[in-house]
Design a protein around this ligand. Structure first.
Ligand code: NAD
Length: 515
């Protein structure tokens, strides 16, 4: 709720107004950029060790405030506290810890070899921060999906402007307070609280890099603005992840994973299980196990509940629309309640497993981002690979089989940014693996080494001692063509003719010196 720049923050689960905060005005954006530009010269010239001191402060504070942080994230998003702890707070702490080992190793000057034809020179790569990085983030994991790119950009010496989602504004305020408590210097990390218009204005200001996580629709808008100004970007977008259960899979484990993968965070996960394909020979048993699992789950906000509320009311309409579309075309609701019987205003949407679903139904084609699990039987491995790839998205996937070699062969043929074998989603939790999408699921990668390097100019440097008066390829060219011909022919042969090579080389040096 808005009132003259004051945002009243409401819990999606209970409707209670629990906090008030300031919204950033469009006019303030110029000042935010000025502050950021001013902070850059000092922050960018610190050593990585000096920067890591602030990161240590941040980790210490997060550990001290862990329970309070989980409570605040849960209040603002409607997810249960355990999910806030495990999927929002832990990944950030783990990333902060991993930076102690990886930041220097990845971002210090890297020596590389120099080809023989450039003998006498040395080469290396230097990582130079870009300047001000704009991080625009979504509401489903509002803490980790903002914090990890922010920290990745900061450690390399960039300043950051963060625009958290307007759907979960309080988490934005929580992050801002954490950076203040950790005493990051003024202007190094700035927060702009507000919605689309604010995000668009911040983009138009021309940051030096844009890291965007959100929908394909917004990703395309940002990509266009960035292209006009040639601003490099990473776009982390949506998904419609397939889960492939082969006939020899551990069915109980697969059923439990399908339920967790589809319903954690009420299904509002870019990498959630959104399509389940099961070998026809084990289809009925798999469906039975899934239904047993769902029947044991509890929805609510307490520490003993499994599934919290939806975060974004508008998302419920998408879920309703997809379910109604599927039911009207003959799908069967195996668990949950038909939308016409849902309680008006209830944010705890029932967990819905669907069978008899076919291509052409929205539920198999469009991103749901809600608690729906469609299950489809298949007959051959070739068929299921083709079904899995039949999507405009390609973020994550999972393959289930006790035959690891077969699972790996299937995994290699899935067009997506990541595949998990006999588990779901979990690649995202390993900071050493790259994260990102194929097809409409995104452009670029983060996490891993690339996740730090993208925020830096990769600068190639070559050093000559500077004592020689000339180089063989410099002017004048007179008399050199035949010698170069003989030099290259002798060098690039299958077996190098060292005698001719050295002879030509010496003559070239002599010619260069004489002139
Ligand atoms: P969204 O695109 O509506 O909004 C994301 C952010 O962009 C918000 O902060 C919003 O204020 C801002 N924004 C909107 N319009 C803008 C504009 N024109 N210019 C600049 N900023 C603008 O997405 P959402 O609803 O917050 O998030 C859900 C989507 O995000 C889903 O599609 C989901 O799959 C995707 N997602 C992807 C990943 C990933 O890592 N690939 C992770 C989480 C969510």
């Amino acid at each position: 709720m808005k009132q003259q720049g004051i945002l009243k923050v409401q819990s999606p689960a209970t409707g209670e107004f629990f906090a008030e905060m300031f919204e950033t005005t469009i006019e303030e954006t110029s000042f935010i950029y000025e502050k950021s530009r001013k902070a850059f010269p000092t922050w960018s010239t610190m050593t990585i060790d000096e920067r890591l001191v602030y990161f240590h402060n941040l980790r210490r504070i997060m550990v001290e405030q862990m329970d309070d942080l989980a409570k605040k994230i849960s209040l603002d998003t409607g997810k249960v506290k355990l999910e806030a702890l495990v999927a929002d707070i832990m990944p950030v702490l783990d990333f902060l810890k991993s930076l102690d080992k990886t930041a220097k190793k990845t971002l210090v000057r890297q020596k590389v070899s120099t080809p023989l034809l450039l003998m006498g020179k040395k080469s290396y790569i230097e990582y130079m921060p870009r300047g001000t990085v704009l991080v625009i983030s979504p509401w489903n994991y509002p803490f980790q999906l903002a914090m990890i790119p922010i920290l990745s950009a900061l450690v390399g010496g960039n300043c950051v402007i963060s625009k958290p989602s307007e759907v979960t504004p309080f988490v934005g305020k929580v992050m801002e307070d954490l950076f203040k408590l950790a005493e990051f210097p003024e202007g190094v990390v700035s927060f702009a609280h507000g919605g689309k218009e604010l995000g668009a204005t911040l983009t138009e200001h021309g940051p030096d890099y844009i890291f965007f996580t959100g929908s394909v629709r917004t990703g395309k808008i940002i990509g266009q603005v960035a292209a006009k100004k040639l601003i490099p970007t990473t776009l982390e977008l949506g998904g419609k992840d397939p889960m492939i259960v082969l006939s020899d899979a551990h069915l109980k484990r697969a059923a439990k994973a399908a339920v967790w993968g589809a319903f954690t965070n009420s299904g509002q996960v870019c990498m959630s299980v959104e399509r389940v394909y099961v070998d026809r020979s084990v289809y009925n048993e798999f469906l039975r196990l899934v239904k047993v699992e769902v029947s044991q789950m509890k929805q609510g906000q307490s520490n003993s509940d499994d599934v919290g509320s939806m975060t974004f009311p508008a998302q419920i309409d998408i879920v309703r629309n997809q379910i109604e579309d599927a039911l009207s075309q003959g799908a069967t609701l195996e668990t949950g309640i038909e939308p016409r019987h849902w309680k008006e205003g209830e944010m705890h949407v029932p967990m819905m497993v669907l069978s008899n679903v076919y291509k052409g139904m929205k539920v198999l084609n469009e991103e749901t981002f809600g608690p729906i699990m469609p299950i489809v039987p298949f007959d051959t491995v070739e068929e299921v690979i083709s079904l899995a790839n039949d999507s405009e998205y390609g973020l994550n996937a999972s393959v289930w089989s006790k035959n690891i070699q077969l699972a790996q062969t299937v995994a290699s043929q899935i067009v997506s940014g990541a595949v998990v074998i006999n588990d779901v989603i979990v690649t995202a939790a390993n900071h050493h693996l790259p994260f990102g999408g194929a097809k409409q699921s995104g452009v670029g990668r983060y996490h891993g080494e690339a996740g730090l390097k993208i925020f830096c100019h990769e600068k190639a440097v070559m050093v000559d001692s500077g004592w020689k008066s000339s180089e063989i390829q410099w002017y004048p060219y007179h008399g050199k063509y035949e010698l170069f011909l003989s030099l290259f022919k002798s060098y690039f042969k299958d077996r190098v003719n060292w005698f001719t090579f050295l002879q030509s080389f010496q003559k070239l040096i002599k010619l260069s010196k004489n002139k």
